[in-house]
Design a protein around this ligand. Structure first.
Ligand SMILES: NC(=O)c1cc2c(=O)c3cc(F)ccc3oc2nc1N
Length: 322
């Protein structure tokens, strides 16, 4: 019966997407993947009554909006406070530990993209919304659907929100700007602007062509899911098929946190994505609860920003040739 075949093909192609885009470990050839995709496209054309926006056939884009709708966040989406020096970072830790005692910290790359909130219900992707003003964001579901490392179906029935960063990998950025140079179009200044410009396209075919990716780093409902630490929630969403950053590191002291900052400062230019700092979070949810929030930012997390890269001063500008 073709409905069963359609559902089986969708599950199979979703699994292949996961293996290719999340595990980076495909188990089938591109030819086999394309053959199954063509079979599904044909069957869906013959059975419009089986249309499903989450079908793997919809990830290549095709929807063109005339404007962006607004969505009110179920939970306010805040931003991070910044610190710019080792001293300020140690002061952040001193204040936190004065209030809640010794803490473990989770250290993460601060991906330089745009913050994104995904919503799932009954195990299915419902919508994606930008941070906006923290209360109301833009509905960018049609474009986020084209990011193939984002699962459209998860093995969790309740309402689930997952937050992270949509970004443009450095390789995609180079390719995009090369193409724009050839077309005589203005180039994007940096991958962050390119990602934001791509997500704000009304035509999802354009977004689909930009080679965007995403990493997920916050589960607002973590405590309600029975998790006791932030890293426990990240392990949970990883089992659901979300990409999390393998570089995330649990640190038992602010000195270890600083070691992570130094390690990543050295690794930064070799990463496949741009980072503008390091995010440090108190790992234990009970201690996060005790620390709470300011009006705009959590008191249990901070962003350490890398110093702006000094333009290299050319030596001959310093030594006047006599
Ligand atoms: N750019 C990032 O890579 C990144 C950003 C945030 C946030 O903006 C953020 C904001 C909150 F209110 C709470 C946790 C957060 O965690 C975060 N973690 C990250 N790794």
């Amino acid at each position: 019966m073709s409905e069963e075949r359609v559902l089986a093909l969708r599950r199979q192609l979703n699994q292949y997407n996961y293996e290719y885009h999340v595990l980076d470990h495909p188990t089938v050839s591109d030819a086999e993947y394309d053959r199954l995709m063509r079979e599904l496209i044909t069957l869906e054309e013959q059975h419009p009554e089986l249309f499903d926006p989450n079908s793997p056939t919809q990830r290549v884009g095709g929807q063109v909006l005339d404007e962006f709708n607004k969505i009110t966040h179920k939970r306010p989406m805040l931003s991070l406070g910044d610190v710019f020096s080792r001293e300020e970072l140690f002061e952040f830790a001193r204040k936190a530990e004065a209030e809640v005692g010794p803490v473990d910290y989770c250290c993460e790359c601060k991906i330089d993209g745009l913050a994104m909130s995904l919503n799932y219900q009954h195990g299915r992707f419902q919508y994606a919304v930008t941070r906006g003003d923290g209360v109301v964001g833009e509905d960018v579901t049609h474009n986020v659907r084209t990011i193939k490392s984002i699962p459209m179906e998860i093995d969790y029935e309740g309402e689930l929100e997952v937050r992270g960063e949509v970004y443009m990998p450095k390789a995609s950025f180079q390719r995009l700007n090369e193409k724009r140079r050839e077309m005589g179009e203005e180039e994007f200044a940096n991958p962050r602007n390119a990602a934001a410009g791509s997500i704000r396209q009304l035509d999802s075919k354009i977004a689909a062509s930009r080679g965007l990716d995403a990493l997920w780093y916050h589960v607002p409902q973590g405590p309600q899911l029975g998790h006791h630490q932030h890293l426990e929630s990240l392990a949970f969403i990883q089992t659901l098929g979300f990409r999390t950053n393998p570089l995330n590191r649990l640190c038992h002291s602010i000195e270890e946190v600083w070691q992570f900052v130094e390690d990543l400062t050295l690794m930064r230019s070799d990463l496949p994505y741009e980072i503008d700092g390091i995010v440090i979070k108190v790992n234990d949810y009970a201690k996060q609860q005790q620390l709470g929030f300011t009006a705009k930012t959590p008191k249990w997390a901070i962003a350490y920003k890398f110093p702006a890269e000094q333009a290299v001063t050319r030596l001959e500008n310093i030594f006047v040739t006599v």
